[in-house]
Write a protein that binds this ligand. Structure first.
Ligand code: 13P
Ligand code: SF4
Length: 332
């Protein structure tokens, strides 16, 4: 006999003290089951304020970790412990190497203020916390970098080179990328020094795509996520986090055509006649798409059966320092 997953998920949600959380990039059928939806910043905030002791997080690993760091008393389960490809590009040792690179170029450790994008492992957030740094998301990076600059220190931005460079550009700051091909990164001459990480999904959008749409539809607007290449962000009309993109599109005249450069599930959900995906290939995030309705059902069922699966744990020492970096962001 086949299981009606939707019906079973509804039953389990009613019965159990659990909150189902879903990022905008989740498949539609999973997203529809979530009690809380939003961008990474909203999800971190709202999970903390939520009263249920259980959280089932449909998203990628760093998001579940962030809830566990902010609210350790909660039991956090993930239907799929899928790791964001960008977060996987950096660990504690790469972070140390980046600091060593700056040291080698005459910048003392005490003169570095690290900022990590929330798309990073807890171990990286902990390193940042120890050095007095902060976490940021794509919706508050401007504010966090601005705050960081008040220290008078050089900003080490990890792991996303695009986010670091895009916000540095928008603030009129000089940036460079450690290890970027064909480019010498001299930390003495830059305000923001970026690690060479990136999002493979957002690298799919190109300036050619923008030119294609501008030629095809006169007056079309182009809106992209700041994880896109700086040349793409430069050529776009608007760049913002997932929530900011939704607001931008909702505020447009319904007749206004817009092409959007971010993950497919979100753009597809926003599409109302005049909205296009800014790519000829389908920009799906493979790890976000791993979570299925069946996975969500099995995770909720494991709570009912008292045999929780895929629980997120963060070592106390890592949690302590990662929390410092997250709390500094939330305080702003
Ligand atoms: P948001 O913070 O905008 O939700 O982005 C998260 C993400 O992973 C984008 O690729
Ligand atoms: Fe990570 Fe990119 Fe997927 Fe966002 S879209 S979760 S940054 S791999």
């Amino acid at each position: 006999m086949s299981i009606d997953y939707k019906k079973e998920i509804e039953r389990l949600k009613k019965k159990l003290p659990v909150t189902v959380v879903g990022h905008y990039y989740q498949r539609d059928e999973v997203f529809e089951m979530a009690d809380i939806t939003g961008d990474s910043l909203e999800l971190a905030r709202r999970c903390d304020a939520d009263n249920n002791p259980w959280v089932v997080f449909c998203g990628v690993g760093f998001m579940g970790q962030s809830v566990k760091i902010i609210a350790p008393e909660k039991r956090v389960l993930m239907p799929k412990i899928a790791c964001c490809a960008m977060a996987r590009m950096m660990d504690g040792s790469y972070f140390d190497e980046s600091v060593a690179y700056m040291n080698k170029h005459g910048i003392k450790t005490e003169d570095i203020l690290p900022i990590t994008y929330i798309n990073s492992d807890a171990s990286v957030k902990a390193k940042v916390g120890v050095m007095g740094g902060m976490v940021c998301t794509s919706s508050n990076a401007y504010k966090i970098i601005e705050k960081g600059l008040e220290s008078g220190k050089k900003i080490l931005f990890v792991p996303d080179r695009c986010l670091g460079q895009n916000f540095a550009n928008s603030m009129g700051l000089k940036s460079c990328v450690i290890g970027a091909e064909g480019e010498e990164c001299n930390p003495q001459e830059a305000d923001v020094i970026c690690f060479n990480g990136f999002c493979s999904v957002h690298q799919l959008f190109t300036v050619d795509d923008i030119e294609f749409y501008r030629e095809k539809f006169e007056g079309i607007k182009i809106a992209v996520h700041p994880e896109c290449d700086p040349a793409v962000v430069d050529a776009a009309d608007f760049a913002g986090s997932t929530s900011q993109l939704i607001k931008y599109v909702n505020d447009l005249d319904p007749e206004q055509k817009v092409a959007i450069g971010t993950e497919y599930n979100l753009v597809n959900r926003m599409r109302k006649g005049n909205t296009y995906v800014l790519s000829s290939t389908k920009p799906e995030c493979p790890t976000m798409n791993e979570t299925t309705l069946e996975d969500l059902y099995l995770t909720l069922k494991s709570i009912e059966d008292n045999k929780p699966i895929n629980e997120i744990f963060v070592e106390p020492e890592i949690r302590k320092y990662a929390k410092l970096a997250l709390d500094r962001m939330l305080a702003l």
